[in-house]
Design a protein around this ligand. Structure first.
Ligand code: UDP
Ligand code: MG
Length: 336
């Protein structure tokens, strides 16, 4: 497996570092400096850094190409447009070749210096070492509270054990990545998919740092969409809520029937506008809500049924051309 090509390139480096980059031109030089230092310390020269430009509108791709000129460890991928964090990450994960894979954000919120501790934990016989946030500096109270709430609700809804306060920052082994790469779904919640895979997964507590530069790319709407992807991707409980709601309202309506018929029989029936209006509003909104829930699942089913590729790569840039062609071949061979 560990063959060396005539150019001295290992087909399976010890470590791959995968980071998605969207409008991160200001963070990337510093990210590269800190990440390379950590990688050299942990893996000597036996590593690659896969950086994916997710259709940035700033100079991210130009910065990445500049970094490739300086550093033979870097492989830069350019996606044809903005596909979103999870798909950009997926592109990098499908292209990387390492035996162990570090998933990290390129904005330095996840400290690269934790790499040695993660490798040590992996070497204790684990397959996934996930960073679990002790605290989140530099993020709004709203983001902290909503994230904390989201992870707790999610854990109640899904059967898979998705740990709380955990992002995508993690070190995984090749066998985990091979399983992940077999998953064809479009609405990806990568951290949940990795939890689903199983094997031995352990946390590593850390303090999430503020962004090195720029702003979050997860405004409220995107966060909500991400949350719905997470829930619908792992649970059909919301569909059951619809049935339970229907049942509860049905029982309520049946009891109401005694009251209405009784009032009619005793001649006490009033022209009660308030109660009728209230009942109509409750039933109307319950129906719309459950239709909406059904729609979320149906929409996802529809999108998946098209079987489109997850992303399109427009350029691959690295110093070692053979690495580029290996990556292109590997990506072409994947079941999209
Ligand atoms: N990102 C991306 N595509 C996007 C949005 C974000 O590749 O459409 C990358 C971004 O460059 C960063 C990571 O995903 O490396 C996490 O994004 P961000 O820092 O905006 O999210 P937050 O940390 O605020 O949740
Ligand atoms: Mg961030």
């Amino acid at each position: 497996m560990d063959s060396i090509s005539p150019q001295g390139l290992k087909s399976r480096p010890y470590l791959s570092i995968v980071a998605p980059c969207y409008n991160e031109q200001a963070c990337l030089p510093e990210f590269h400096r800190r990440m390379s230092a950590a990688a050299h310390a942990a893996a000597n020269d036996d590593f690659e850094i896969v950086l994916v430009n997710d259709g940035s509108s700033d100079g991210t791709w130009a910065v990445l190409r500049g970094l490739v000129q300086q550093d033979p460890h870097i492989l830069a991928l350019n996606l044809s447009r903005n596909y979103g964090h999870q798909l950009a990450l997926t592109a990098g994960l499908q292209a990387c070749r390492g035996e162990n894979i570090l998933i990290i954000d390129s904005d330095l919120q996840d400290p690269p210096e934790l790499l040695p501790a993660m490798i040590a934990a992996l070497n204790e016989g684990n397959d996934v070492v996930y960073g679990q946030r002790r605290q989140r500096d530099g993020e709004s109270t709203f983001k902290r509270v909503s994230a904390a709430l989201f992870y707790r609700v999610l854990r109640k809804l899904v059967e898979v054990n998705i740990p709380a306060d955990t992002g995508d920052f993690r070190l995984i082994t090749r066998r985990v990545l091979d399983e992940l790469n077999r998953m064809p779904e479009h609405h990806r919640f990568v951290r949940g998919l990795i939890s689903w895979i199983g094997f031995r997964q352990v946390p590593l507590l850390y303090d999430r740092e503020p962004r090195f530069a720029g702003e979050t790319h997860y405004p409220l709407m995107k966060m909500l969409r991400f949350a719905v992807d997470a829930v619908t991707g792992f649970s059909v409980v919301p569909l059951r809520i619809a049935s339970f709601l229907g049942l509860a309202l049905g029982i309520g309506s049946f009891l109401m029937l005694f009251y209405t018929l009784g009032s009619w029989a005793t001649g006490e029936a009033l022209s009660g506008w308030t109660s009728i209006a209230t009942i109509m509003l409750i039933i109307g909104s319950a129906q719309l809500m459950t239709l909406g829930m059904l729609g979320e699942y149906l929409g996802r089913l529809y999108m998946e049924s098209k079987r489109r590729p997850l992303f399109v790569i427009s350029d691959v840039c690295c110093q070692r051309t053979e690495a580029g062609s290996m990556v292109s071949a590997a990506l072409a061979a994947l079941p999209h």
